[in-house]
Design a binder for this molecule. Structure first.
Ligand SMILES: Nc1nc2c(ncn2[C@@H]2O[C@H](COP(=O)(O)OP(=O)(O)OP(=O)(O)O)[C@@H](O)[C@H]2O)c(=O)[nH]1
Ligand SMILES: [Mg+2]
Ligand SMILES: [Zn+2]
Length: 306
């Protein structure tokens, strides 16, 4: 007998599955959190596919007396990400801190590229607004104006900007993504009004987060609004992305690339480049262009050596 459900947590090789219908499985009540602890059967490993939080699955119970089982099939995905490891999301909340840890526009742009390449809409949040000084929000507004994202500023500490974010999450499944210590779990707690996730200090020595969240977990912040908390990470590389189509993931470049003289213009060394002209005229932010060049070179290198 197999049942349908959704993976809401992945931890230490186990997948915690919440059945679609609560009345499920006579004689085998779910554990306190309403989930069944499942392993993935070997077939997934063979097919090079691993279950992800957010996956809709079929599962079987291994023993009707307990709450354990096996995931036997992953149902068709709407989308999925490798970093963070999630599936079937409607949108992403990319969270950076205004300070501590200091934001890196290059890392941020990598997150945006990753999401855009999977056509996942992004809400970009700068958290720790309470630590910001005058003019800083304007700087980021300038940089990300044409980047095709919603941009918000919050303070999980002082509860500012929270209602606005909650509004954008209503009725959706949203994944968070961002570096360790940015306040992802703190923001989730502020959004839900409950201590759903553990939060942690920054390392005094490095000023970075301490990787407090180590597993991925889907949570309900209010009725019908779901969010996935994920571990922070501080680097992101791409495989399967072609340098020649990188510009298509920068909306502010897409606007101007038809003004380039060469059809396959990379916007780096070619003469008569519309993108570089708009950069010099101030229509394309220097920070975004710098990220583009850096990642373009990285992707071209990967291709040359492989
Ligand atoms: N000043 C200030 N501190 C905050 C804010 N939000 C979170 N913090 C602090 O930042 C630190 C890290 O917060 P977390 O929520 O654990 O960060 P995280 O992004 O979940 O980090 P990982 O789980 O390691 O990926 C904690 O000490 C929080 O108290 C904020 O808005 N303002
Ligand atoms: Mg966390
Ligand atoms: Zn060009």
């Amino acid at each position: 007998m197999s049942y349908r459900g959704q993976i809401i947590k992945a931890m230490s090789g186990f997948y915690y599955v919440r059945p679609d219908r609560d009345e499920i499985i006579k004689g085998s009540p779910a554990d306190n959190s309403g989930t069944y602890q499942c392993r993935a059967k070997g077939i997934f490993r063979k097919n090079d596919i691993t279950p992800l939080v957010g996956d809709r699955v079929l599962f079987e119970l291994t023993d009707t007396d307990d709450v354990e089982g096996n995931v036997t099939e992953i149902l068709e995905r709407k989308n999925f990400l490798i970093r963070p490891r999630v599936a079937n999301v409607d949108q992403a909340l990319v969270i950076f801190a205004l300070h501590t840890p200091e934001p890196s526009t290059e890392l941020l742009d990598r997150f945006l590229i990753g999401m855009r390449s999977k056509e996942i809409p992004v809400i970009l949040v700068f958290n720790k607004d309470d630590l910001g000084s005058e003019g800083e929000p304007e700087t980021f507004r300038r940089i990300y104006k044409g980047a095709g994202v919603r941009l918000l500023f919050t303070s999980a500490l002082e509860h500012s900007g929270i209602d606005e974010v909650r509004e954008l999450l209503r009725g959706k499944l949203t994944t968070v993504a961002g570096p360790s210590g940015a306040g992802k779990s703190s923001l989730i707690n502020a959004l839900s009004g409950r201590e759903l996730m553990t939060t942690g200090d920054l390392s005094r020595k490095t000023g970075r987060g301490k990787q407090t969240t180590r597993h991925t977990e889907l949570l309900e912040i209010e009725e019908g609004s779901y969010i996935i908390d994920t571990p922070g990470f501080s680097s992101l590389e791409f495989d399967g992305l072609d340098s020649s189509s990188l510009d298509s993931l920068f909306p502010e470049m897409v606007r101007y690339k038809n003004e380039c003289y060469f059809a396959g213009c990379s916007h780096i060394n070619e003469p008569d480049c519309g993108v570089k002209r708009k950069l010099l005229e101030g229509y394309i932010p220097r920070e975004r262009y710098d990220s583009y060049v850096l990642i373009y070179n990285e992707l071209s290198k990967i291709r040359r050596y492989s």
